[in-house]
Design a protein around this ligand. Structure first.
Ligand code: R5P
Length: 325
């Protein structure tokens, strides 16, 4: 029987939102690929428009966006790009959101609150996303909010390698800055073969971004403390923790965090004498005014590129992290 034949060749398509084009370009470079030229603009009334300048029909498309401020703009732009891909007959669409937006609103802490992280997953689904890729979700259960595959990547191997080269394990203690990060900090302490301490942090549910330290569980006196967190927003969690550790006799405080949100007054607070150095990745853009002497920025593009390659070639993402989480 005669008929139409197709080449059967899969085609990788990389698309970037406007929030952090440098990261998308680095991912493309790592993959030896190009970003699809895209016309993305914002109209005078704030509405966003996006159109791809070449065909994406039948492609395996990855839409890369960093959810930095203004976060709602960049979320909407990514949704619009996913919608455009769906309507242009992309075969499979993956949302690459290295920093998952609204991840901290993952449950109802009090009555009449939203679960915005779930809403975001629903929005991606309705727009046409088949899968999501993200790094260090604030809570792993966010994976279950999306009805489809979620590739949850970990920045730990990137940060860990740096710390191994910089810190002496004989005097080191890993510290979780709050109860929510204990599991991750525990993996860090296992991987480094050093003790773990935990800070009991308190927040006032009626005052956003205010933090107080309740107590420290574990021995920190005479130790260099490695504080590990998923994100630094205003910097209050980390600085309060560092101050408490120093007051308890720590001889050094080093901070490792995946997502450098750095809302005001983070840059000012993080230069506190209580902190010796801060190491982050560039899942979010870090313009000059958010950089300071004690800050080290590690590139996340190689990790994302490897994961995209694994997804595209139907390989294994899990094997990238064997034993790491
Ligand atoms: C809390 O659960 C998170 O892991 C971060 O520690 C927190 O959200 C950071 O916020 P901030 O820097 O404003 O204290």
């Amino acid at each position: 029987m005669s008929g139409i034949t197709a080449t059967g060749q899969k085609r990788l398509v990389l698309i970037s939102g406007r929030a952090h084009p440098a990261l998308a370009q680095q991912i493309a470079d790592e993959l030896g690929s190009d970003l699809v030229p895209t016309d993305a603009r914002t109209f005078a009334n704030g509405e966003i428009y996006a159109r791809f300048d070449e065909s994406v029909r039948g492609s395996d498309a990855f839409v890369i966006q960093s959810h930095t401020s203004p976060i709602n703009e960049w979320l909407m732009e990514q949704l619009i790009m996913v919608d455009a891909l769906k309507r242009a007959s992309a075969k499979r669409i993956t949302v690459v959101a290295p920093f998952y937006p609204y991840a901290r609103q993952d449950k109802k802490g009090r009555g009449r609150e939203p679960i915005s992280a779930r809403l975001v997953a629903d929005l991606f689904k309705v727009a046409g996303a088949d899968r999501i890729m993200s790094v260090d979700l604030h809570a792993a259960q966010i994976q279950g909010f999306f009805d489809g595959p979620v590739d949850h990547l970990f920045a730990m191997p990137v940060l860990l390698e740096h710390m191994r080269n910089e810190l002496d394990p004989t005097t080191l203690t890993v510290v979780s800055p709050d109860m929510g990060r204990v599991r991750v900090a525990d993996v860090w302490s296992d991987r480094l073969g050093v003790p773990l301490a935990i800070i009991h942090k308190r927040r006032d549910p009626l005052v956003p971004n205010q933090v107080s330290v309740h107590e420290i569980v574990g021995e920190v006196s005479g130790r260099v403390c490695l504080l590990v967190d998923d994100l630094i927003d205003t910097g209050r969690t980390i600085v309060k923790a560092a101050e408490a550790l120093k007051a308890a006799g720590a001889i050094g405080v080093v901070v490792a965090a995946t997502h450098a949100v750095f809302s005001d007054p983070a840059v000012e607070l993080l230069q506190s004498d209580a902190i010796d150095s801060v190491v982050v990745t560039d899942t979010l853009p870090l313009p000059e005014h958010k950089r300071f002497e004690k800050l080290t920025i590690l590139p996340i593009a190689p990790l994302l590129a490897r994961a995209i390659h694994q997804v595209f070639t139907e390989g294994s993402v899990t094997s990238m992290f064997d034993g790491a989480a």
